[in-house]
Structure formats: C-alpha cells, structure tokens
Design a protein around this ligand. Structure first.
Ligand code: ZN
Length: 303
C-alpha cells in the first residue's frame, strides 16, 4: 500500500473518521499459518507462521489496538514464544503494528527497507500522530537483520522461510516463501489493486510475471483475500493486464492533451478491476497509478 508519508498527503483517506472504522478479522491459511486482516485500512494483511522455534510475524497492521490484539492472540493461541518479525516493505500500514511485539525480537527486511525507514519513518509517524492520536504509542522498529540481494533463508525447525526481493510496488519490497506449504507471502508486490504510484511500473510487471511463473500453491497478498491454488495464474494475468491498461490510458490522456484533473474521470472498471476489493480507497489508488505514469511520461516528453 502506498500510504507512506508521501501518499498520506496526496490521498485523503478517511481512516480517522469514526464511521470508517471497521474490524480486524483472522483466518487460518494452513495448520500453522494465521492471517489477520484490517477492515479499517484497505484490507491490509499481517501473517503469523507458528514454527517449532517460535512464531514468525510478517508485517503488522497499522492501528495499535489491532496490533496488540494480534500479539495477545498469538501468545495465547500458539503456546510458543515469538521467533522474529519480518517486514515486507517500509509503508506504514505494514510497519507500525510491529511495535506491539517484544522488543528483543529481530526485525528482518531488505537493506533498502531499513534505509527508507531511517529516512522517512519518524516524519511519517509524526504526521500520522497529528491526524490520529492513537498512533502516540507506536514506535518505529528499525530492522536488525537485512537482505541486500539474493536470498535469505530462515531455518525454523519444521518450517523453512525463503526471503527474496519482489520490487515494483516499492523498490524495497520482499516476498516470503514458506517452503513446506508452498505459500508465498508477497507484501504489496501483490494486492487487490496493484499499486505502483510509489514504485516502478516495469519492475512490478516483472515481479507479477515471476510470481505467476513460480506458481505457488497459495499467495497471501499485501491487501485483500488469499489467492488459492489454481487461481494464481489467472489473477496474476489480470493484475498484469490492469497495469498495461493503466499505462495505455495515461498515454492516451497525454496524447489528447488532457490535464491531470481529467485523469480522475478514468474509471477503474475500464482496466478490468472492480472497486469493491479495497473499498473507498480503490478509485483514489487507481488514479494515483494513472497520475504516476502520466507525470513520468510528461516529464520524459518535456525532456
Ligand atoms: Zn505498500
């Protein structure tokens, strides 16, 4: 999700109005894997992998009360200690909730993610606190173990987690493959509406192609429902063609001399996706995608 410090300014998302507040819910992806989803924040996901050596948490939900509920739930339910925390990328809706887990735990991410958090983490948090005092108790967990390139393997006894870069949504995004279950946790490399406004269109298409060709049994995307066996290929192709459409529409708007404001009139449905999955933010996210391509092409054109 691009609700990093930049996007908070650009998109007026009504997450702090009472009527926008929903619920957090959880489900089991497999025997050992729990998925937590925030209804309050564009169906953002947090995943817990319960292993022989402790529970590994991948991303935290943004709101403190939700994050604390998850930590408590896992303590009671799993009957094991926490092993470590993994952060897929630096966007705040994945970062903030990590504060609720024990302080001594390592936080594992890409090296780029660590750098981005050092650069923008505190400023983003200050801004979030201004719009919602609930963020007062959050502190940013800076990663302690990082992956520069290639892969990082976590041997957790009965489970093996393989971490590797999946850039595009952001440059720092990584995926987590749970080898025994063939389940891929993608961070925002995959989400119900692919978002490249804070990232790179070409890289995101390559990443989606790579995931499609990997053909994991299950994909846990950064936002939205789990993608099950047999659906992975179809859904990845849908997302890829959505991004091609975004580019085509942005090119067309530019060619016809339309200005930025008119980009708002290009519906998401024209590019084959529905507004429903991410609720009220869907159209804004789609427009952010279009504008990022439009601005880039315009800048290139103007040399
Ligand atoms: Zn994101």
């Amino acid at each position: 999700m691009p609700f990093a410090y930049v996007m908070l300014k650009k998109l007026e998302f009504s997450r702090h109005t009472p009527e926008a507040r929903g619920f957090m819910y959880w489900e089991r992806v497999s025997e050992q894997i729990y998925l937590f989803t925030s209804d309050r924040y564009a169906l953002v996901n947090s995943v817990a992998v319960v292993t022989d050596r402790g529970t590994i948490v991948v991303d935290g939900l943004p709101f403190p009360d939700e994050a604390k509920q998850i930590a408590r739930f896992l303590e009671i339910r799993s009957g094991v200690d926490f092993h470590s925390l993994i952060l897929t990328h630096h966007h705040m809706d994945h970062v903030y909730g990590l504060f609720a887990f024990p302080n001594h735990l390592d936080v594992i991410s890409s090296e780029l993610c660590r750098q981005r958090l050092l650069e923008v983490g505190e400023a983003s948090l200050a801004e979030a606190r201004e719009s919602d005092p609930a963020f007062e108790e959050v502190s940013i967990r800076i990663p302690t173990i990082t992956l520069e390139s290639g892969e990082l393997i976590i041997d957790a006894g009965n489970m093996t987690l393989r971490l590797f870069p999946l850039p595009g949504h952001t440059a720092d995004n990584i995926g987590v493959m749970i080898e025994e279950d063939d389940i891929l946790i993608t961070g925002d490399a995959v989400m119900a509406i692919p978002i490249i406004a804070d990232g790179n269109w070409e890289q995101e298409i390559e990443t989606l192609q790579r995931i499609r060709d990997l053909e994991p049994d299950t994909v846990v995307q950064g936002h939205g429902e789990v993608i099950l066996r047999g659906e992975v290929k179809t859904v990845m192709n849908e997302y890829i063609s959505y991004l091609h459409c975004v580019r085509k529409e942005a090119e067309l708007a530019l060619k016809k001399g339309r200005d930025r404001k008119e980009i708002w009139d290009i519906p998401l449905e024209r590019c084959g996706l529905e507004r429903v999955p991410l609720g009220i933010a869907s159209h804004q996210l789609h427009v952010a995608n279009l504008l990022s391509i439009y601005d880039r092409l315009k800048a290139e054109r103007e040399g």
